[in-house]
Design a protein around this ligand. Structure first.
Ligand code: SF4
Length: 293
Protein backbone atom coordinates (compact mmCIF):
# COMPACT_ATOMS: atom_id res chain seq x y z
CA UNK A 1 0.00 0.00 0.00
CA UNK A 2 1.28 3.48 -0.83
CA UNK A 3 2.09 5.55 2.20
CA UNK A 4 -1.03 6.73 3.95
CA UNK A 5 -1.34 10.50 4.07
CA UNK A 6 -1.51 11.97 7.53
CA UNK A 7 -2.95 15.30 8.49
CA UNK A 8 -5.04 16.85 11.20
CA UNK A 9 -8.41 15.39 11.98
CA UNK A 10 -11.26 17.40 10.53
CA UNK A 11 -14.26 16.24 12.53
CA UNK A 12 -16.43 19.16 13.59
CA UNK A 13 -19.97 18.01 12.85
CA UNK A 14 -22.20 15.14 11.88
CA UNK A 15 -23.06 14.23 8.31
CA UNK A 16 -24.90 11.26 6.86
CA UNK A 17 -21.62 9.63 5.78
CA UNK A 18 -19.93 10.23 9.10
CA UNK A 19 -22.79 8.71 11.11
CA UNK A 20 -23.04 5.76 8.77
CA UNK A 21 -19.32 5.05 8.89
CA UNK A 22 -19.18 5.32 12.68
CA UNK A 23 -22.37 3.42 13.54
CA UNK A 24 -22.83 0.94 10.69
CA UNK A 25 -19.44 0.28 9.13
CA UNK A 26 -16.17 0.60 11.05
CA UNK A 27 -15.94 2.99 13.98
CA UNK A 28 -12.17 2.53 14.10
CA UNK A 29 -11.88 3.58 10.46
CA UNK A 30 -14.04 6.62 11.30
CA UNK A 31 -11.67 7.61 14.10
CA UNK A 32 -8.56 7.15 11.96
CA UNK A 33 -9.97 9.45 9.31
CA UNK A 34 -11.99 12.02 11.25
CA UNK A 35 -9.83 12.40 14.33
CA UNK A 36 -6.46 11.03 13.20
CA UNK A 37 -6.57 12.85 9.84
CA UNK A 38 -5.63 9.79 7.76
CA UNK A 39 -6.90 10.04 4.21
CA UNK A 40 -8.85 7.29 2.50
CA UNK A 41 -8.06 7.40 -1.23
CA UNK A 42 -10.72 7.28 -3.97
CA UNK A 43 -11.42 4.17 -6.05
CA UNK A 44 -12.66 4.06 -9.65
CA UNK A 45 -16.06 3.17 -8.16
CA UNK A 46 -16.22 6.40 -6.17
CA UNK A 47 -14.70 8.47 -9.01
CA UNK A 48 -17.25 7.09 -11.47
CA UNK A 49 -20.00 8.02 -9.02
CA UNK A 50 -18.57 11.53 -8.79
CA UNK A 51 -18.72 11.85 -12.59
CA UNK A 52 -22.29 10.55 -12.76
CA UNK A 53 -23.39 12.92 -9.99
CA UNK A 54 -21.80 15.88 -11.78
CA UNK A 55 -23.73 15.13 -14.96
CA UNK A 56 -27.09 14.72 -13.21
CA UNK A 57 -26.52 17.85 -11.16
CA UNK A 58 -25.80 19.90 -14.28
CA UNK A 59 -28.89 18.44 -15.97
CA UNK A 60 -31.12 19.29 -13.02
CA UNK A 61 -29.57 22.70 -12.37
CA UNK A 62 -30.43 23.66 -15.95
CA UNK A 63 -34.11 22.83 -15.27
CA UNK A 64 -34.51 25.16 -12.29
CA UNK A 65 -36.93 27.89 -13.31
CA UNK A 66 -38.63 25.75 -15.97
CA UNK A 67 -36.04 25.66 -18.79
CA UNK A 68 -35.38 22.56 -20.90
CA UNK A 69 -32.50 20.43 -19.63
CA UNK A 70 -29.08 20.54 -21.28
CA UNK A 71 -28.51 17.61 -23.63
CA UNK A 72 -26.34 14.50 -23.49
CA UNK A 73 -23.67 15.86 -25.83
CA UNK A 74 -23.12 18.84 -23.54
CA UNK A 75 -23.14 16.75 -20.38
CA UNK A 76 -20.80 13.87 -21.27
CA UNK A 77 -17.59 15.95 -21.19
CA UNK A 78 -18.54 17.21 -17.71
CA UNK A 79 -19.07 13.63 -16.55
CA UNK A 80 -15.70 12.49 -17.92
CA UNK A 81 -13.83 15.50 -16.58
CA UNK A 82 -15.15 15.16 -13.04
CA UNK A 83 -14.52 11.41 -12.94
CA UNK A 84 -10.95 11.89 -14.22
CA UNK A 85 -10.23 14.64 -11.70
CA UNK A 86 -11.32 12.42 -8.81
CA UNK A 87 -9.57 9.33 -10.20
CA UNK A 88 -6.26 11.19 -10.60
CA UNK A 89 -5.79 10.68 -6.84
CA UNK A 90 -6.14 6.89 -6.93
CA UNK A 91 -2.91 5.39 -5.50
CA UNK A 92 -1.03 3.11 -7.89
CA UNK A 93 -1.55 -0.06 -5.85
CA UNK A 94 -5.29 0.60 -5.59
CA UNK A 95 -5.37 1.23 -9.32
CA UNK A 96 -3.88 -2.23 -9.87
CA UNK A 97 -6.63 -3.80 -7.72
CA UNK A 98 -9.65 -1.73 -8.67
CA UNK A 99 -8.83 -0.05 -11.98
CA UNK A 100 -7.28 3.23 -13.04
CA UNK A 101 -8.39 6.67 -14.21
CA UNK A 102 -9.46 5.32 -17.60
CA UNK A 103 -11.63 2.69 -15.89
CA UNK A 104 -13.27 5.38 -13.79
CA UNK A 105 -14.05 7.57 -16.80
CA UNK A 106 -15.51 4.64 -18.78
CA UNK A 107 -17.71 3.61 -15.84
CA UNK A 108 -18.85 7.21 -15.29
CA UNK A 109 -19.85 7.60 -18.94
CA UNK A 110 -21.70 4.25 -18.88
CA UNK A 111 -23.52 5.12 -15.65
CA UNK A 112 -24.54 8.54 -16.84
CA UNK A 113 -25.68 7.30 -20.26
CA UNK A 114 -27.75 4.62 -18.53
CA UNK A 115 -29.37 7.29 -16.35
CA UNK A 116 -29.94 9.62 -19.29
CA UNK A 117 -31.82 6.96 -21.28
CA UNK A 118 -33.70 5.52 -18.28
CA UNK A 119 -37.28 5.67 -17.00
CA UNK A 120 -35.73 7.20 -13.87
CA UNK A 121 -34.78 10.35 -15.79
CA UNK A 122 -38.14 10.41 -17.55
CA UNK A 123 -39.86 10.37 -14.15
CA UNK A 124 -37.48 13.06 -12.91
CA UNK A 125 -38.61 15.28 -15.78
CA UNK A 126 -42.13 15.27 -14.24
CA UNK A 127 -40.64 16.66 -10.99
CA UNK A 128 -39.81 20.31 -10.32
CA UNK A 129 -36.35 21.04 -8.90
CA UNK A 130 -36.03 23.67 -6.16
CA UNK A 131 -32.33 23.20 -5.40
CA UNK A 132 -29.44 21.03 -6.58
CA UNK A 133 -26.83 20.05 -4.02
CA UNK A 134 -27.93 22.54 -1.36
CA UNK A 135 -25.74 22.59 1.75
CA UNK A 136 -27.81 22.61 4.90
CA UNK A 137 -26.22 22.92 8.34
CA UNK A 138 -28.15 23.21 11.60
CA UNK A 139 -27.50 22.54 15.29
CA UNK A 140 -27.78 18.85 16.06
CA UNK A 141 -30.99 18.16 18.03
CA UNK A 142 -28.83 16.69 20.82
CA UNK A 143 -25.79 19.03 20.56
CA UNK A 144 -22.96 19.90 20.76
CA UNK A 145 -22.06 19.49 17.08
CA UNK A 146 -23.89 20.64 13.99
CA UNK A 147 -25.73 18.29 11.68
CA UNK A 148 -25.13 18.98 8.02
CA UNK A 149 -25.25 17.64 4.52
CA UNK A 150 -25.11 18.29 0.81
CA UNK A 151 -28.41 16.99 -0.53
CA UNK A 152 -28.36 15.84 -4.14
CA UNK A 153 -31.77 17.26 -5.04
CA UNK A 154 -34.74 18.92 -3.34
CA UNK A 155 -37.95 19.69 -5.19
CA UNK A 156 -41.54 18.69 -5.72
CA UNK A 157 -42.74 15.49 -7.31
CA UNK A 158 -45.45 15.28 -9.98
CA UNK A 159 -48.12 15.60 -7.23
CA UNK A 160 -46.41 18.63 -5.69
CA UNK A 161 -45.10 16.74 -2.65
CA UNK A 162 -41.83 18.05 -1.18
CA UNK A 163 -39.25 15.39 -2.10
CA UNK A 164 -35.57 14.69 -1.45
CA UNK A 165 -33.76 12.67 -4.11
CA UNK A 166 -30.39 11.03 -3.61
CA UNK A 167 -28.55 9.59 -6.64
CA UNK A 168 -26.66 6.35 -6.20
CA UNK A 169 -24.27 4.49 -8.48
CA UNK A 170 -23.86 0.80 -7.73
CA UNK A 171 -22.29 -2.33 -9.15
CA UNK A 172 -25.79 -3.89 -9.05
CA UNK A 173 -29.29 -3.04 -7.86
CA UNK A 174 -29.37 -5.87 -5.31
CA UNK A 175 -28.35 -3.61 -2.39
CA UNK A 176 -31.27 -1.38 -3.22
CA UNK A 177 -34.16 -3.82 -2.85
CA UNK A 178 -35.44 -2.29 0.42
CA UNK A 179 -35.17 1.12 2.08
CA UNK A 180 -34.62 -0.50 5.50
CA UNK A 181 -30.80 -0.49 5.23
CA UNK A 182 -30.75 3.19 4.29
CA UNK A 183 -33.04 4.69 6.93
CA UNK A 184 -30.24 6.58 8.69
CA UNK A 185 -29.42 8.48 5.52
CA UNK A 186 -33.10 9.26 4.92
CA UNK A 187 -33.56 10.44 8.52
CA UNK A 188 -30.66 12.90 8.20
CA UNK A 189 -31.82 14.32 4.89
CA UNK A 190 -35.49 14.57 5.86
CA UNK A 191 -34.60 16.27 9.16
CA UNK A 192 -32.39 18.80 7.36
CA UNK A 193 -35.10 19.69 4.83
CA UNK A 194 -37.61 20.06 7.67
CA UNK A 195 -35.46 22.94 9.00
CA UNK A 196 -35.72 24.94 5.76
CA UNK A 197 -38.24 27.39 4.33
CA UNK A 198 -39.08 24.83 1.62
CA UNK A 199 -41.16 23.02 4.23
CA UNK A 200 -44.49 24.60 5.21
CA UNK A 201 -44.55 22.62 8.48
CA UNK A 202 -47.81 20.80 7.81
CA UNK A 203 -47.10 18.81 4.65
CA UNK A 204 -45.30 15.51 4.05
CA UNK A 205 -41.64 15.34 3.03
CA UNK A 206 -40.64 12.20 1.18
CA UNK A 207 -37.36 10.56 0.19
CA UNK A 208 -36.35 8.65 -2.93
CA UNK A 209 -33.14 7.01 -4.07
CA UNK A 210 -32.50 7.02 -7.82
CA UNK A 211 -30.11 4.12 -8.36
CA UNK A 212 -28.09 3.41 -11.51
CA UNK A 213 -26.06 0.21 -11.84
CA UNK A 214 -23.03 -0.59 -13.93
CA UNK A 215 -25.02 -3.50 -15.34
CA UNK A 216 -27.08 -0.96 -17.26
CA UNK A 217 -30.28 -0.93 -15.21
CA UNK A 218 -31.80 1.58 -12.84
CA UNK A 219 -34.62 2.00 -10.35
CA UNK A 220 -36.34 4.38 -7.98
CA UNK A 221 -36.50 3.18 -4.39
CA UNK A 222 -38.99 4.95 -2.18
CA UNK A 223 -37.84 5.84 1.32
CA UNK A 224 -39.79 6.95 4.38
CA UNK A 225 -41.79 10.13 4.91
CA UNK A 226 -40.66 12.51 7.64
CA UNK A 227 -42.55 11.94 10.89
CA UNK A 228 -42.00 11.73 14.66
CA UNK A 229 -40.70 8.17 14.38
CA UNK A 230 -38.02 9.13 11.86
CA UNK A 231 -36.99 12.09 14.01
CA UNK A 232 -36.79 9.92 17.15
CA UNK A 233 -34.64 7.40 15.27
CA UNK A 234 -32.24 10.15 14.18
CA UNK A 235 -31.96 11.50 17.74
CA UNK A 236 -31.22 8.00 19.01
CA UNK A 237 -28.50 7.49 16.39
CA UNK A 238 -26.91 10.87 17.12
CA UNK A 239 -26.88 10.04 20.85
CA UNK A 240 -25.20 6.68 20.15
CA UNK A 241 -22.58 8.35 17.97
CA UNK A 242 -21.89 11.04 20.56
CA UNK A 243 -21.52 8.44 23.32
CA UNK A 244 -18.99 6.56 21.19
CA UNK A 245 -16.94 9.70 20.56
CA UNK A 246 -17.10 10.88 24.18
CA UNK A 247 -15.91 7.50 25.46
CA UNK A 248 -13.41 6.93 22.64
CA UNK A 249 -15.30 3.66 22.36
CA UNK A 250 -14.58 2.82 18.74
CA UNK A 251 -13.14 -0.52 17.87
CA UNK A 252 -11.82 -2.47 14.91
CA UNK A 253 -14.33 -4.39 12.90
CA UNK A 254 -12.80 -7.65 11.69
CA UNK A 255 -16.17 -9.21 10.90
CA UNK A 256 -17.21 -6.53 8.42
CA UNK A 257 -17.10 -7.86 4.84
CA UNK A 258 -15.09 -4.92 3.56
CA UNK A 259 -12.34 -5.34 6.17
CA UNK A 260 -9.58 -6.38 3.76
CA UNK A 261 -6.65 -4.88 1.87
CA UNK A 262 -8.94 -4.75 -1.14
CA UNK A 263 -11.34 -2.27 0.41
CA UNK A 264 -9.80 -0.66 3.47
CA UNK A 265 -6.80 1.67 2.91
CA UNK A 266 -5.79 1.14 6.55
CA UNK A 267 -5.88 -2.68 6.51
CA UNK A 268 -2.15 -3.31 6.82
CA UNK A 269 -1.60 -0.84 9.63
CA UNK A 270 -4.75 -1.95 11.38
CA UNK A 271 -4.99 -5.71 10.97
CA UNK A 272 -1.50 -6.80 9.95
CA UNK A 273 1.11 -4.64 11.66
CA UNK A 274 -1.08 -2.89 14.21
CA UNK A 275 0.81 0.35 13.52
CA UNK A 276 -2.47 2.25 13.34
CA UNK A 277 -3.43 1.50 16.92
CA UNK A 278 -4.93 3.85 19.51
CA UNK A 279 -1.50 4.11 21.08
CA UNK A 280 0.30 5.16 17.90
CA UNK A 281 -2.20 7.58 16.33
CA UNK A 282 -2.80 10.85 18.12
CA UNK A 283 -6.34 12.12 17.90
CA UNK A 284 -7.38 15.73 18.00
CA UNK A 285 -10.36 16.25 20.27
CA UNK A 286 -13.50 16.87 18.18
CA UNK A 287 -14.43 20.52 18.00
CA UNK A 288 -17.87 21.57 19.18
CA UNK A 289 -20.11 23.52 16.84
CA UNK A 290 -19.11 27.17 16.57
CA UNK A 291 -21.55 28.42 13.94
CA UNK A 292 -25.03 27.52 12.84
CA UNK A 293 -26.17 27.57 9.23
S1 SF4 B 1 -8.93 -2.92 8.50
FE1 SF4 B 1 -11.05 -3.38 9.14
S2 SF4 B 1 -11.11 -2.89 11.33
FE2 SF4 B 1 -9.27 -1.90 10.47
S3 SF4 B 1 -9.95 0.17 9.94
FE3 SF4 B 1 -10.18 -1.12 8.11
S4 SF4 B 1 -12.30 -1.83 8.15
FE4 SF4 B 1 -11.80 -1.10 10.19
Amino acid sequence: MDEIKRGRGTFDGWSKSSLKQLLENCSWQWALQKLGGLEGPPTPHSAAGTGMHAGIEEHERSRIGGADPVDLVTLLPIVGHEAAADAANIPSDWARIHGDEQTAVEWAIDLFTTWYDSPVRRQMLTYTPLAVEPHIEVPSPIGPHNLRGYLDWVGRDADGVLTVVDYKSSSSLSRWSSPDKHILEAAVYLYLVATTDWWSGDEPIRMEWHVVSRKGDSKILEGPTFDAEVQAFLIDQLASAQRMVDSRGWKTNPSWGLCSDRWCPFYHGCQVTGALSPESVSFDPPAAASSHG
